[in-house]
Structures are given as structure tokens and as C-alpha cells.
Write a protein that binds this ligand. Sequence first.
Ligand code: X8Z
Ligand code: ZN
Length: 618
Amino acid sequence: MLRPAKLALGVALALGLSACQDEQHSVAVNKDVAAVTAVSSNVSTQDAIDFINQAEAELAALSLEANRAEWIYSNFITEDTASLSAAVNEKVTATSVRLATEAAKFAEVELDAVNARKLNMLRSALVLPSPLDPAKNAELAGIVAQLNGLYGKGKYCFADGRCLTQPELSALMAESRDPELLKEIWAGWRDIAKPMRPLFEREVVLANEGAKDLGFANLSELWRSQYDMAPDAFSTELDRLWGQVKPLYDSLHCYVRGELNAQYGDDVVPRTGPIPAHLLGNMWAQQWGTIYPLVAPKDADPGYDVTALLAKQGYDEHKMVQQAESFFTSLGFDKLPDTFWSRSLFVQPKDRDVVCHASAWDLDNADDIRIKMCIQKTAEDFTVIHHELGHNFYQRAYKNQPFIFKNSANDGFHEAIGDTVALSITPKYLQQIGLLDTVPDASKDIGLLLKQALDKVAFLPFGLMIDQWRWKVFSGEITPANYNQAWWDLRLKYQGVMAPVARSEADFDPGAKYHVPGNVPYTRYFLAHILQFQFHRSLCDVAGDQGPVHRCSIYGNQEAGAKLNQMLEMGSSKPWPEALAVVTGKQEMDASAVLDYFAPLKTWLDEQNTHANRQCGW
Ligand code: X8Z
Ligand code: ZN
């Protein structure tokens, strides 16, 4: 992630801190803000420009301090570093809320497009605004640090005394086929979230109050206002995109449920209804690629496994990152700086608690870019490394933009770049870099597409539902009395999965997913899973690839790299549709690229489901 939202509090502006990269932007001007803070009639255009320049300088300076404090905290979680992190978050939030409030004064001033965009971002590019009251701001900052700490320190201890962190538990979930063990891990990890519930509940109250102070109806409206369109239009846009891909998801769900039923039997996986969430190879049932061996087509399996290839060639964590870097340099991007290698964290330290969830950082808003990740030597993490480096290369590409525009076109773009590159990890590419001896012929494409769909298509409803839940929490439609029930209602509605053990309101299952205690908006990943296929399709065109898009790799193609860079270096200086058009020629997000990519698989899945007489749906 890139900086996640973290700064907790928020500012997505380039104050980003870490983790997943935060973002901001938007130009959906919130006219109500003007009503909250009286618009002063005697401010001039020059006053507004002076204010913007001074605000930008103040935020830029503060971001350095905040990034450093947050980096240290995430790499060394203790009471002391939590308190330093909270202190800096408090300062950042107070500053950004003050500037957002002041920005409203200039709402009616005539400005050129660049300054108008900056002003709007100052007003709305916050993730977790606090109320202006300093006591409430301090309270919110404390909660943010506590929630991050609870997640980062979270472990599950087995009866034999072994205590495992989240990446270690996830590795077990990817490998084990023992439903009882999987159930134990699934439920055990969720115990770490129970103590988060009252903190989260209070956090929502405080941040909603902060959002209202800024003229938004609630935090949901603020989050949805960051996409260069009206908040409700953005929600409608998501429904449209989901409608495009849902038939593909339904076919995949049906096929996977049928194969799991064959593997585990009716008692564990019924033939109809939702799939139990502990059997999909992932702690949150968000990406299912690790159960590929269970569902692989008998006659179209490509017969290799990247995890095994990495082991065979002796790849360690460092080599995995170097290999990913070399993809980017093959596109024409400069090598990563020496400081990336000396300052990043690749391996989980044995002697201290760290936030293991992968993140990409830009400490100085220029060249001090790093990743922090507890890398497992697996195919999955090889892809995640590309994802993280995508953030870093984006950050460096927009480093010459003014501070407020040092971000992606919208937050989905930041999440899509590394994934776009990783779509080029094809068999041909693996052969080019010496990992694979022989490229399987086209008769194995269904196996490759199925593996890819288990990660990319399965993710789509998950990527959507997290913020469907949060937005309803923020708006008050979901109350603390039904936090967990509402979570599982949405899991059922979108994903067709169910909890494998009874849940109650004593649980707080949303908290067991990093981005909820971490306050990282999640819709960005849904968008990224659409956008990356649009980018890939267009970059393959630029590269002149003639074959099917799922077999295209842009590795080594400098024209494709130059086109990509042209979009990255714009940062968030223009509305995202303009950035999208630079690579794709179109201003609309469009899931037809997903459908095109998986078209042969969709036909095959439907044939299998019909042939096995499966009743699809749940
Ligand atoms: O959080 C991440 C990245 C960092 S921004 C590792 N991702 C989401 C997740 O893990 O839940 C990437 C895919 C979705
Ligand atoms: Zn990310």
C-alpha cells in the first residue's frame, strides 16, 4: 500500500504515510462547506493563491516528520513509538483540518484550474478528519495508534504454545487442506479483533463529527467525494462496474464450490448455498489462487508452480525484489536508489513486533522510497512485491509535481500499477528470466486463466464489500449493535461465502482485516482490479502484441513503459479520466477488459457447470 491512510488521521494528501498509499484528490466540490464556514466576501484571488502555497508548504514539511515517525512505529511497535506516532498524527490532523476549514473561505473565489484543484483537495482529501476540538483530536489519534498496534501485534497461539503472526497463519491457510485446522486458524486470528470494537466505534463517532465540521454529511460522503464526481454518482459507477463482472464471478463461484464439494464432501461444502470462508486458501477468502491445485482442470494444467520454481532457483527475499525491480527497469524506469535496498524491510524480524502488512513508502516525497513487507517465498508474495514496487515507481514518477499533486490520479490507480506489471508474469516471461524451462502450449491456457481468475475475479466482490460495509457504518445505516451481522450479510450478498463457525456481536470480524483498523479505504482495490486489465490491454496494444491478451507480456518494451510513465508522472494534477485516457485513449472505467481477458475461461466454466448439472448461485 502506499501510504496508507494513515496518517491516520488522515490526510491523505501527500502526507501519506505509508502503508498502502493514501490518496486524495477529487474535485467534487462540496458546496456545503461554504455554508459551514462563512465565505468571506473580501478575499481576493491572490489571497487564495497565497493561502494554497502556504498550506502546501506547511503540509509538505509536516509530512517528512510524520512519515519518519510512522515508519519507525510500524517497524518497531512499542508503547513509546505508539505514543510518538499518535503525537504526530494529532499534529497532522489538526493542521489538515484547520487548512480544510480555512480553504472553505475561498470557495467562491475565481481561480485557475490548477489552484482550484489544489483548493478542492485541501478541503476534501482527508481520510479521518477529527473534530476541531483538540481534546477530541488527541483522543482520535490515540485510538488510531491503538488500533494499528492491536493489528500489528496480533498473533494466534496454538494449544502447543506456538504463536504465529498474520503472514505465518496465512501461509498455513494457503497450504493446509485440513478443514478442522483451517477452521481453528480462521477463528483464532479473528480473536485479535474483539478488543478493537469499542475503539472503532468511538473512532467512527469522532471522524464523522470531523467530516460534518467540514461540511460533509458524514465520513462516507467525504470518502466518496474523492473521485472527481459527485459522491452518489461514484456509488452508481461502482454498481455499474460490479454489474459488468458479476456473471463472471458467479460462474467461478459455482465451479469452485462444485470442486470443493468433490474434495471435502457434502458435510463440509454443501452443493448449494454459500461457500464456507475457511476453505478458499486465504484468511479473508479474498483471493483464492492458493487452492488452484484443488480445482485445476484435469487436461489443461500448465504443470508448474511459481513457488516451487522460486525455490528451485534458490530465490531468497532479496532476489525476489531484485527480479521485480528488473521488470520495471526493462520498461525504461530508472533503477531503485541504494537507499531503497538499505532501508527497506523484507524479512519479518524475530525480535520485535512490526506491521507485516505489505506497504510502500515515500519518506521524503522524492527519492527515499522503500517497501516494508514480511516476504514469504511464494508465488503470491512475488506478485505482491510487484504490487508494492508499482507504488514506489509511481511515487518517483510524480516527484516533480507540486506537493498536493504527489499522488495517483485516483486511489485505484495507485493500487493498479504494480498489478498491471504483474499481469505480464506469463510463462514466456518466466522462461525469459530463467525460472521456467518450457513454455506450456496454448492447450494449457484454461489452467493459467483459472489460476489468474481465482485471484483476480474472486477478489472483485471482496474489494467492493468492505467499503459498502464501512460507508453504511459511517452513515449510521449499520449501527454498533449489528456491526458483525451486517458484515456477514454483505459477505453473503457479494461473495456468497459464510462464516465456518457461529458469529455474534461479541466478535468484530471487520477488524481482522488490516485496512479496517488501519483506516485504509478499500474501494481502491476494486477499482484497481478493473483498471489493471484496462491498462494491460492498452499497453499490450502499444507493445504491438498480436496474441491473446492473457498471454501478452510487456517485459522489455520501452514504448509501453514510456506510455505508462506519461500517466504516472501526472500524479493527481488532472482529473483521473484524463490520466486514464493517456494510457487507454478512453475516459471511462470499463470492465470489458476483464471480460475480454477471461472470455475463454467464462465459456469453459459455464460448460463445466452445465455438464456437472450444478445449480449456480447461493
Ligand atoms: O493491501 C494490499 C497491498 C498493499 S496496498 C498489499 N492489497 C489488498 C489486500 O491485501 O487486502 C493488495 C490487494 C488487496
Ligand atoms: Zn497497494
